[in-house]
Design a protein around this ligand. Sequence first.
Ligand SMILES: Nc1ncnc2c1ncn2[C@@H]1O[C@H](COP(=O)(O)OP(=O)(O)OP(=O)(O)O)[C@@H](O)[C@H]1O
Ligand SMILES: [Mg+2]
Length: 449
Amino acid sequence: MAAVVTAVVTAVVAARDAFPPTLATFQKTGAGGAPPAHHAAVDNTGGTMAIPTSELKKWGLVWWQTNFTHAVPSKGGAVGVMFVWCTNPLYQGVDIDDPRTADFVIKPSAGSAAPTLLAEDLMKRTIGATSVNTLPIASTDSRFNAILMGLSRFKDRVDQSVNSPRTPQVTQAMRDLKDRWAKVWPHYRQGRALMVQELAVGMNEFADVYRDYSHMGLERALFNDQLMRNIGKLFAVDAVLGNGDRLCQVNTGNILFHETTKQIFSVDSQAIMTSYQHALIQGERNAKSWVEQILLTNQGASAVPERDGVVAPPSFSMNDLYDLDRWWNTWFRGHIENTLHYDNQKKPRDTLWQHAFRNFSMGVNEGLMAVDRQLSGLNWLSVKSLFKSHEKRYGASPNLDWTNFKIRRMVVRMVLAERNKPGTPQEKQQRAMDRVVAYAERKIATQHV
Ligand SMILES: Nc1ncnc2c1ncn2[C@@H]1O[C@H](COP(=O)(O)OP(=O)(O)OP(=O)(O)O)[C@@H](O)[C@H]1O
Ligand SMILES: [Mg+2]
């Protein structure tokens, strides 16, 4: 997807004739005061390091309004993100045609920011995922409008250059960019919060990597033990978070990892733990059907749109934990091989898939143990306090439910306890189902949901 983003950004070259004042100009003129320190440090891949959230937290209103030197929406993602630059593009290493050189990103949130923050926390604690340290800015915060004003200058500029009779040649790429702005902009204006996130430096998307056919991208990925293990770990933590828009429903554009270390990034991650109250609204009638939704439903049904017209991503059906082979062959391998077929490419050998699967399953196992450790004893108390504080601070969400979370924890524990015991995946799954239904019924009877 990153390659596509680059292509779109290229289209704005013609639209950036009048570049806004650079930071250097601001410093000279004193507009908005001196800029906060921006350490253009170098990360371990040699790229420039983007502005960390800790710095952005210090920005005052005027900075949010005037400090952006460029902004462009990502091509990837249903709504995607906005790449934002604040430094002089003439400085070495900064190139507004390349989103990898942006200073940070902004993403609109239609609902509470709490499910995203919980996902980032848990992914970091359990599998050491690199966090983009989301800073939510609620629509009631005065910085919200300042950011909208800051961004709208770049939308206006694209609109003007496409509409102006003085533009020598309006290319298709320029029109596409104008349309992309028009499509995503309402999500920013009507968002309940804007999520300012650190740029994921050195990030690769699995979708781009495996479709790099001329460099045998898929074969290299499947052969990379660390990568496959990390994807397995990701599978485990996504299961407990109920995050289905990546592995449960395969979306390889959301599998994001560092190009050299293969460490997972918690970009585009959120908890989808549908509450019983919202399951009732969706037509579920009792504890059993709610639990079935949590354990068995694969596509979408358990996700709750938080606002009309906003489609929430699918949840993660926990039964996939009982039958990894089936998930791997049907969903993961199946999805990729379909793409290969579509792209007219040769499929990798069975033995390579099997090699990758061994590492993936090892990763799932490690991930489940790490999840269990974080959701036990004192760690559990600390996760509980995080959960409650995010909810309190950023607002409750129909997709952030404590009983749902405990049901998911219970299933993880049962999967671990029963992994070497006799019985088919179906039998084990049934035992988990019976136990969890009993638990949910007790909770509902005592109105603890
Ligand atoms: N923090 C970040 N740093 C760098 N690139 C990012 C970052 N966040 C998002 N991106 C890029 O923008 C793309 C779209 O972002 P994202 O996946 O968050 O949007 P989305 O609309 O939620 O997507 P989806 O269609 O998967 O729901 C990502 O696939 C990635 O390439
Ligand atoms: Mg995405």
